[in-house]
Design a protein around this ligand. Structure first.
Ligand code: FDA
Length: 392
């Protein structure tokens, strides 16, 4: 079959959160394509199937980037309130779970349906099961070879938006195509790494697998008070996922168990009251029993409270309040919720997301802007997708 030709005002690569948002707000209408058979796979699996679609407290401080100011423009022009308004206009019921995190009452599919309805209303078109081939540029227009249903089409466009996401979870469509396009056009890349990802510790914690406790986890100057979960391979839970985005390979994390509770003080007071009690038993009333046993043995502080000197209780106290751990690594892109790093903001306009190559835009996770856990990454996808949509 001969290759077809098609001219479109804008072509968007990737029908994920950012690409669909861009197509829904493209003034000119756009063609948005994806290699998967369905759009928005990450939206579908997000937030345990209920999609944590934004966060009430979204602010530029909740994002990591080589340029911490870059996200300000898009986030302030299309805010969490704008997206909440869109959700309400579509009659989608939602609730705040915790820490400003908004979820659908029903299903994440409602957000995908919202976006596909908005795409149709904007006069944009969605092609699925579409392979993206060669991308050529004559200085004015891009020509992209697309293959759909065995048929090749040369699509010409003055505006090419790259919304192909990061490298996380390849089994639902991540490919790293966006980074290759940036490299093809000579745009700078900030090295990528898995973020919002469990940290590994060899087999150090296998005896604790399944234990959960409240903790403050600090890494590279950032600290998060949330749940910490021990797994077969290491540490997970929201506090660890948040800190993982700041952790750098070879570095330490600092764990404070039960922040706000004076665990060593409680142990000293209990020694005065009931010195015959075993230290692990007393500690096991404050933190999970298995963890209490693990920590007392690891600190070499075991036996009756009355037999433990102030110095030995202080040693245990340090373990509880400032437990220094060095991860061996992360669970990698297979488990990471997002990819940190990406197309350098130095090459992008913060207002339109257009790159230094006129007509070439990058939106969403492919850009070196990474949100905290809690709906921030989708808000970045909505805000950056909207910003490019206004410009094409
Ligand atoms: P996204 O990955 O959504 O979309 C990229 C699209 O490009 C995909 O549809 C993909 O198929 C397509 N594509 C890739 N390569 C291609 C190629 N070569 N050819 C054609 N198409 C290609 N965030 C949040 O704020 N709240 C939450 O609840 C969650 N929950 C969550 C759970 C899990 C398990 C994960 C993995 C991630 C989250 N996230 C999240 C993060 C959030 O999903 C993510 O930040 C956004 O989906 C990023 O949106 P993008 O559109 O940039 O990429």
């Amino acid at each position: 079959m001969p290759a077809g030709r098609l001219d479109v005002p804008a072509l968007i690569l990737g029908a994920g959160a950012a690409g669909m948002m861009c197509a829904a707000h493209a003034g000119t209408g756009a063609l948005v394509v994806d290699h998967m058979p369905v759009p928005g796979e990450k939206i579908r699996i997000s937030g345990g199937g209920r999609c944590n679609f934004t966060n009430l407290h979204t602010a530029p401080e909740n994002f990591l980037s080589d340029n911490p100011h870059f996200a300000k423009s898009a986030l302030s022009r299309y805010t969490q309130w704008d997206f909440i308004d869109l959700v309400q206009r579509h009659g989608i019921a939602w609730h705040e779970k915790t820490l400003g995190q908004l979820f659908c009452d029903g299903s994440a599919r409602q957000i995908i349906d919202l976006l596909t309805a908005e795409i149709a209303a904007a006069g944009s078109e969605l092609w699925l099961d579409t392979h993206v081939g060669e991308i050529a540029h004559d200085g004015h227009r891009f020509t992209v070879t697309l293959t759909r249903g065995g048929r090749e089409t040369q699509v010409r466009t003055p505006a090419l938006v790259v919304a192909t996401g990061g490298k996380s979870i390849p089994k639902i469509g991540a490919t790293g195509l966006g980074y290759r396009i940036a490299a093809q056009f000579g745009l700078p890349l900030v090295p990528t790494r898995p973020a919002l990802v469990p940290l590994t510790f060899g087999d150090s914690f296998t005896d604790l697998s399944g234990v959960a406790v409240n903790a403050r986890i600090a890494a590279n100057g950032a600290a998060f008070d949330e749940a910490l979960l021990f797994t077969h391979r290491g540490l997970s839970g929201p506090a660890i996922l948040q800190a993982s985005s700041y952790w750098s390979e070879g570095g330490e994390i600092a764990v404070t168990l039960c922040p706000g509770t004076d665990l060593p003080g409680t142990l000293r007071a209990e020694r005065g009251r009931a010195g015959r009690r075993d230290v692990a038993t007393v500690l096991g009333e404050l933190i999970p029993k298995r963890l209490a046993e693990h920590l007392t043995v690891a600190a070499g502080v075991t036996g009756r409270l009355a037999d433990l000197s102030d110095a030995r209780l202080a040693a245990l106290g340090t373990q509880l309040a400032d437990w220094r751990l060095r991860p061996t690594g992360t669970e990698g892109y297979r488990k990471a919720e997002v990819t940190a790093g990406g197309v350098s903001t130095a090459a992008l306009s913060s207002r339109s997301m257009e790159s230094t190559v006129p007509g070439l835009f990058f939106v969403g996770e492919v850009v070196d802007v990474t949100g905290w856990l809690g709906g921030y990454n989708f808000q970045w996808a909505w805000s950056s997708g909207w910003a490019a949509g206004q410009a094409i």
